[in-house]
Ligand binder design. Sequence first.
Ligand SMILES: [Zn+2]
Length: 419
Amino acid sequence: MKDRISQSTLPSGLTYCVRETDIEKNAVMLSLNLKVGSLHELDTENGLAHVVEHMNMVFDKYRYYADGFQYSSIGLTDFDRTVYVIKCPNESEAIRHGLFILKQIALGNYIKKETLEEVKRDVLQEIINNNKSKKSKAFKMIFDNSFYKTRIPIGDAKIIEHLSFEQVKAFHEKWYIPEEMNVIILGDIITEEANKFIETEFNSFSRKNNTECNDINRCYQLNLETGEIKKVITSEKLNHIEIYMDYIKSDVMNIKNEVCNNTLAILIEKTCVAALNDSKVEFSFFSSTFVNFINCYQFLKMQIVYCLDLHETIINVMEKVFNNIQEDSMLLKFYFEETKQDYLEYFKSKAYLSDLALSNLMEESIDHFIFNYPLISYEQKIQDLIKVIDNLSYVDIRSLVQQLFSYKDCSFLIFQGKG
Ligand SMILES: [Zn+2]
C-alpha cells in the first residue's frame, strides 16, 4: 500500500498535508479543517459554530455539480473542530475546483444574509431529529453535570433562533484564520502537483489574527453521576443497555495505549458473552469498544440489545461478571493469548487493508492536525503495531483492568422498550 505523506506550512501560518495513497484509484478527498468548535462559543452563542458551518455549506445542499464533475461534501461541527470534506473524481480540474470551494469557505464568501433564516430552519430541524436519537440521549446524560452541556455542538434551539447575521459574520472572521486552518488532499495523486494546487489557491489567503488565544482547556470535569442506572424509554420491544465506564484522562495518544485498550475491550467482550451464553441468556447484540471524547476522556462503552422480558437476568449476569473481574483481575487472562494471536494475524495477513477506506485516512489526518500529534505512514504504523502486540503481556492489561473496574466510575444507561 502506498502512503506518502508531505506536510508544509504557508507563510500565512496555514498548514497543509498531501497524502499520496493508492487505496482508492478514482476518487480524491479534500478537506478544510479548523481548530474551532462549540467550545469557542460564548455562553450566549451555543450553536453559532454549527450555524456558521451550515451557512458555509449552502453552495451545496449535499449534491454539487460543476463542469461535469460530481462533488459530494459534508460539514461537521464538534466541540473542538469544524471540518469540511469534499470527495471528487481524481481529475486535476476537479481537485482544483474542490480547493476553490474550500477557499470560498475560508473566506466566508458563501455566507449571505438572505440565507440565514433558511439555514436556521435546517439547523433547528436537525436538533429535533437529533433529540430522538439514542446517541444524543446518552451524551446528554454523560455531559449532564458538566460545562460541556452548555456547549453541545449541535447547539441550543432557543439561542439559534435569535442569532443575528452580524454574529455569524463576526464568528467567522474571528476564527477562520490561517493559523487555525489546515488543508488536506488525499488520494492517488502526485504529491508535487497537489502541493502546487494548494499553494496556488491559498497563497493569497490571509486574515488578521484577532483571537487572543486558542488554547482552550479541553478537559473540563465531567462529573459523572456514577453507579447510577438511568432509564430511557424507547418505543421498541427491545431493551438496549449502554454501560459507560469512565476510564483514563489521557493526553498521550500512543500505539501502546491503543493496543492495550483494544485488547482489553475484546477480553471483556469475550468474558461477558461467555457468561451470558453459560446462563443461556439470548441477546441479539453485544459490543465492547473504547470511545474517545475529544482526546481527553476515554470510556469503555458496552452495548447489549436483548428482549424486554430478559432484563432482570441480563442485569444479574452482568453484575456477577463485573464483580468477578473486580475481585480477580487475572480473570480476563483466559482469553488473552488467543486474542493476541488473532490481533497479530489481522495485521500480518494484511486483512486490515480490506477495512481501510480513504475516509479512515482522512479522519486520522484531521485528528493529527487537531491534536498536534505526528502523522506516520500507515505501513509504518502497522509495523509499530505488530511490534507492540508481539511484546504485549497480560501484565500490561492487568493494571488497566484494575483501574477500569474500580467500579465507582461507571454509568449505566438503559434504553428500555415498551412491553
Ligand atoms: Zn448540521
